[in-house]
Structure formats: structure tokens, C-alpha cells
Ligand binder design. Structure first.
Ligand SMILES: [Zn+2]
Length: 421
């Protein structure tokens, strides 16, 4: 892991006996007087200390007891999604302003205590790009994170040119994040010290980054915008409507297939899901999406032909050739009335007046984007402009009723949008 020189210096001056210590050594926590908004703490990158891995109940409960005193925690999760079929969380990283802890949720039988901390009214949980983590925490443990600070959204609202965590860490703290383990299998054991050190970097300086971005949000008068976005984000995992589109139709490119081809795709997809689930391997590792689509478009009946298809390697042939051929056969034999059909998106008749309104809205939006130094999508995405043009609101009250539009968007940009209509 490459750090800037100053950090290496600080690191070297930390006692060496901290290396390879896996038991938690929570350092003294900040006193309550100092804790609330972090203003009393310097906002610079924390020096590197080896983060302990917590894998047994006693240290876990001790840590949770300590962390209950905190008001701000950075969190990240490493999930199995890339390698595995079954979703699991392989590692949870937590940092306060000083220390970092790594939780092994696969070794710990329960992590309920963490849910209570993240769900507390006084806790702010800092996550970079929280959407996925929040959904995962809900699905895996039923956790509801009460207050969130998403550094990705904050970066977007202060118009950072690059929104990735690595870019932001480099820019603010001159820290180079290691990308070696980005696609590692975090559910495999044992995790190496290298992997753990890598994972610790994801939250180690996240609160410091939060502070930098929060200061800019305040300076620009955009903290309320951020709070509105954060509030909506914590609700997302608890929204009732789940996507019930079958898996094979959610594959990229599936919707361009004809019903007859979709029948084959459906069978192939079902076969692949069965294998992936049994092996607990990511579906694409069994057979790639592009291969599935290709086979659906031109199914065959002989193993010799199947072996020639790009992406069907010798090992797939050896293990699955008869099953793949069977699946294609079932698809080809599916009676016409059972062919899957894709619902075509709702079509509106052309409306030149509407198109003119959208055009005017876009011009107004792009002008504001320049003036406020914001991405156009922050003011209103194209689809939103379309919805506004169709709703034709007469005033701010009506504008606010357009689904999905934020309060701050109505307040800040509403007058100009209404004028453009
Ligand atoms: Zn991570």
C-alpha cells in the first residue's frame, strides 16, 4: 500500500508490536463533550494502524459497547456478490475518527449489536455510495440505518469532478488506494493480512473526507440538499416495491430478443441458476451472459456445434454440454402460447408542443447547471424534465407534486423551470 511520505513517517513511529495483533485494542474513545459534530477533531487523514479483526463474540460485544458512545462511524461492507451465487457479507469495516475495526460476520454468529448502533438516532453512519450497502444490510440482517452521510452524494453536490473513493482520497489526503483486491472473494477464508489492510483503507479516512465535504456543503448552502438526499436513501431498502421481473428478462440485451428466442433464454437461464446455486458460484462463472444470449438466438442440437461457440470452453463442455443442449431443446419445444413476451414501454403519440417544452426546460436547466457549477442531473435529469413537461405545472405547489422531484430542486430551480414551461 503506498502512502504519502508523511504518513509513512507517522506509521513508522507507531510501535511495531501492534503488527499482527488480531484482538481488538480499542483506543480511548473521545469524550462526550467533544463528540457531537467532530469540530474538536482535526480533519486530516489518520495515521495507519493495523486494524484488528474481530471474529469472536466477546470482543465484538465489548467493541459494540464502546461504539455506542460514538456519534459518527464510517462503515463499508465487502460482499460475495462478484464470486458467489448466494449473497453474503464477508467483512464489515468500521472506523471512528481514530481507529478502524474489521468484523468477520461469517465467524460471528450474530451482529445484532451493530444494528442497534446504526439504528440509533444520535449516530451518523458515513458510507461511500451507500445505496448497495444499505440494501445489503437490510436484506442480510434487517438493519435500518437511521442517519446516513453518503460521501459520494456529498461529492456530487459540491460538484467534485471525480466521485470515486480512490480519486477523492487521492485529492484530499494524497492517499493512494490499493485496487489489488477489488474483486477478491471476501467470503473465502482465511483472509490474508494484505486483504484486511486493503479493506481497512475503505473506511479509515472516510470521516475525515466527510468533514471536508460537509464543510463545502455548508459553505455552498447545500447541506439541506444533502440531508434530503440522505433521508431518501435510508428509506430505499424499505420501499415495498421490489422488481419482480424474472431474472432472464433482466439480463442486459434480453429485451431485444424475439419471443421464440426468449423461450430458449428462459430455459438456459433456469438451468444456469440451478447450477450456480448448487455450486455457490456467480452465474457468469458457470456460463457468461453473452453466451446465453448467443445460444438463445441460434440454438443448436449437437455437442459438436456447441463446442464451437465462443465462450463455451472445454471445461464447460465437459461438465455441462448435455444439460445445455437439453435446456435449448426445451426452449425450442416450448409451445408458442407459453413464449415469454416483453412488455413494450408505453408509447405516447408525438406531441410537438410537448417537445418544445422539454427543449425549453433543457435550455433553462443547462444554464442553471453552468451558473451553479452543478451536474445537470442534480437540477433535474432528462426523464424528470420530460415528466415536468408532461405534467405542465402552473406553480411551485403543482411542480412539487411531480413524483421524484426533490424539495430543494423545487425551491432552488423551480422558478426558472416554471418560467421555461
Ligand atoms: Zn470496500
Amino acid at each position: 500500500m503506498s502512502f504519502c511520505k508523511a504518513l509513512i513517517f507517522i506509521y513508522l513511529s507507531i510501535s511495531k508490536n501492534q503488527k499482527f495483533a488480531f484482538e481488538p485494542r480499542p483506543s480511548p474513545l473521545p469524550s462526550k463533550e467533544n463528540a457531537p459534530d467532530g469540530a474538536a477533531y482535526p480533519s486530516f487523514a489518520a495515521p495507519m494502524q493495523e486494524a484488528p479483526l474481530i471474529a469472536t463474540p466477546a470482543p465484538f460485544h465489548a467493541l459494540m459497547g464502546d461504539l455506542a458512545q460514538e456519534t459518527c462511524l464510517a462503515l463499508d461492507t465487502e460482499a460475495s456478490s462478484f464470486h458467489r451465487f448466494h449473497e453474503r457479507i464477508g467483512l464489515i469495516q468500521l472506523s471512528n475518527r481514530k481507529d478502524t475495526w474489521l468484523l468477520d460476520p461469517m465467524a460471528l454468529t450474530e451482529v445484532e449489536g451493530l444494528g442497534a448502533i446504526l439504528g440509533s438516532d444520535r449516530m451518523e453512519t458515513v458510507i461511500h455510495d451507500a445505496d448497495f450497502d444499505l440494501r445489503l444490510l437490510k436484506r442480510m440482517y434487517g438493519f435500518r440505518v437511521r442517519n446516513i452521510f453518503d460521501t459520494l452524494i456529498a461529492a456530487e453536490l459540491v460538484n467534485e469532478p471525480e466521485l470515486g473513493l480512490a480519486s477523492l482520497m487521492k485529492k484530499y489526503f494524497n492517499i493512494q488506494l490499493d485496487k489489488r483486491f477489488q474483486k477478491a472473494d471476501w467470503c473465502k477464508r482465511p483472509l490474508t493480512r494484505d486483504m484486511l489492510n486493503y479493506a481497512a483503507m475503505d473506511t479509515r479516512n472516510l470521516i475525515a473526507l466527510r468533514d471536508e465535504l460537509a464543510a463545502q456543503l455548508k459553505a455552498k448552502g447545500r447541506m439541506d440538499w444533502a440531508k434530503e438526499e440522505f433521508g431518501l436513501l435510508t428509506e430505499v431498502p424499505f420501499d415495498a416495491k421490489e422488481d419482480d421481473t424474472p431474472g432472464f428478462l433482466r439480463m442486459k440485451g434480453a429485451k431485444t430478443l424475439r419471443p421464440k428466442e426468449l423461450a430458449v433464454l428462459k430455459e438456459l437461464h433456469e438451468w444456469r441458476t440451478g447450477v450456480a446455486s448448487k455450486l455457490d458460484r456467480a452465474a457468469f462463472m458457470v456460463l457468461g451472459n453473452d453466451v446465453l444470449l448467443e445460444l438463445a438466438k441460434s440454438p443448436m442440437q449437437s455437442a459438436a456445434e456447441l463446442g464451437k461457440v465462443k465462450g463455451v470452453g472445454p471445461s464447460a463442455m465437459e461438465k455441462y454440454a448435455p444439460d445445455i443442449l437439453d435446456a435449448m431443446q426445451r426452449g425450442m419445444e416450448m409451445p408458442k402460447e407459453q413464449w415469454p413476451r416483453v412488455e413494450k414501454p408505453k408509447r405516447y403519440p408525438r406531441d410537438p408542443e410537448l417537445e418544445e417544452r422539454v427543449k425549453r426546460l433543457k435550455t433553462a436547466r443547462d444554464k442553471m447547471a453552468l451558473a451553479h457549477e452543478l451536474r445537470p442531473g442534480i437540477i433535474a435529469a432528462n426523464q424528470m424534465l420530460m415528466d415536468i413537461a408532461r405534467a405542465k405545472p402552473h406553480d411551485a405547489v403543482e411542480l412539487a407534486q411531480v413524483p421524484g422531484l426533490r424539495r430543494y430542486q423545487v425551491q432552488e430551480f423551480g422558478p426558472a423551470l416554471l418560467a421555461a414551461l
